[in-house]
Design a protein around this ligand. Structure first.
Ligand code: SF4
Length: 363
């Protein structure tokens, strides 16, 4: 058995599950803040193995899901322009905007939309199409933003004047602070995103313990990682402690990734950002810094956010705020399925609604 295989070893998992069952005092309502954790918890079967008193809530950790309707409207405006090629990750293609319209429909109607696997591919696209403006759709959290920042640096070095980025990157800590301040939210503890924390470092969450007295654990994505974290959260809750514990030390250094942070902080500046179903959260987004504004599609192409009403009947906002489990949405599995998604939480493979549907959870 390799070292990595041990992170899903059934015997070790069983012994941790037994400890959670034995030690849990009362109930533990925990929120995970990463789409990959959402899927791991379902795919590994942990969701159904945990005691009923361990209540799993998904938070706003799926980048596609939190992309706001007004942001999608801006993408669609871009796609409608004859002189623009929109370059995007594939998972944005089916995210619904105004009237349920998405980039896939725009592409079918003739818009120039190219799916890329990396923002660097968008730079190559700009080099190959000097007569067009290539706009990369920048979404994602602190994990993605440094790569997009490096891409802008690369375009600057290459002297490209037809490569632009529309930045709707979002920051996890300000969003969590806003969510945790909601008096209606009932959360006892959090599992923090491993990938994001590998960039920003675990100390970025100290406010959870200091301001909200909430235990939290930074963890990996294998079953053993998640169970160890839950046991730690159970122990902190039982003892009335609130600490940020890094249990993913094999990937997350205490200081995060200073190089990635430095690139990100050179190219981007914090800005207010819209989150789907949540609204505007101060300082929770990233805009392109003035020194690089020639790459900023919003400025160069004069893009404005327009008001777009939420999708009728979709409860993604409540799902992303941990207030509703997906199967309690009246449209779940009926009008809304992965084949015919109504909202982004069913579109994205990292969305909670898609995970609930795929793994047929009855909870
Ligand atoms: Fe939205 Fe569909 Fe999820 Fe309901 S099931 S919240 S309609 S994505």
């Amino acid at each position: 058995m390799s070292v990595l295989d041990k992170f899903s070893d059934p015997k070790l998992c069983r012994s941790l599950l037994d400890r959670i069952h034995a030690e849990l005092d009362g109930e533990l309502r925990f929120m995970e803040v990463c789409g990959t954790h959402t899927v791991s918890i379902f795919r590994s079967g942990l969701h159904s193995l945990l005691p009923d008193r361990v209540i799993h809530l998904s938070g706003p950790g799926c980048p596609v899901c939190v992309t706001h309707e007004s942001e999608v409207a801006m993408y669609l405006d871009l796609a409608s322009r004859d002189d623009v090629i929109v370059a995007t990750f594939g998972d944005l293609m089916r995210v619904p905007g105004p009237g349920g319209r998405n980039l896939k429909a725009a592409q079918a109607d003739g818009a120039r939309v190219a799916v890329v696997y990396s923002p660097f591919d968008a730079v190559k696209l700009a080099q190959a199409n000097p007569d067009a403006k290539v706009v990369f759709l920048g979404i994602g959290f602190e994990t993605t933003a440094p790569t997009v920042a490096a891409t802008i640096q690369m375009a600057a070095k290459a002297g490209l004047d037809n490569f632009h980025v529309v930045s709707f990157h979002k920051l996890v800590p300000p969003a969590l602070r806003a969510l945790m301040a909601d008096p209606e939210l009932r959360v006892d503890a959090l599992i923090m995103p491993g990938h994001v924390t590998s960039i920003i470092g675990p100390r970025a969450y100290d406010f959870l313990a200091e301001e909200f007295h909430l235990p939290s654990v930074v963890t990996g994505f294998d079953p053993l990682d998640i169970l160890q974290s839950l046991l730690e959260l159970v122990r902190q809750k039982n003892a009335g402690r609130a600490e940020v514990v890094n249990m993913y030390t094999r990937a997350v250094p205490e200081e995060g990734n200073p190089k990635a942070m430095s690139i990100m902080n050179e190219i981007f500046v914090p800005a207010d950002a819209l989150w789907r179903g949540i609204g505007m959260i101060p300082g929770s987004g990233l805009e392109i810094a003035p020194a690089y504004e020639r790459f900023d599609a919003k400025k160069v192409l004069g893009l404005e956010l327009v008001d777009v009403p939420p999708i009728k009947g979709c409860r993604c906002g409540d799902v992303l705020r941990g207030k509703l489990t997906p199967n309690k949405c009246p449209l779940f599995g009926k009008a809304c399925t992965p084949a015919k998604p109504v909202g982004p939480c069913m579109v994205s493979t990292e969305g909670s609604c898609a995970a609930y549907f795929k793994y047929n959870t009855e909870l």
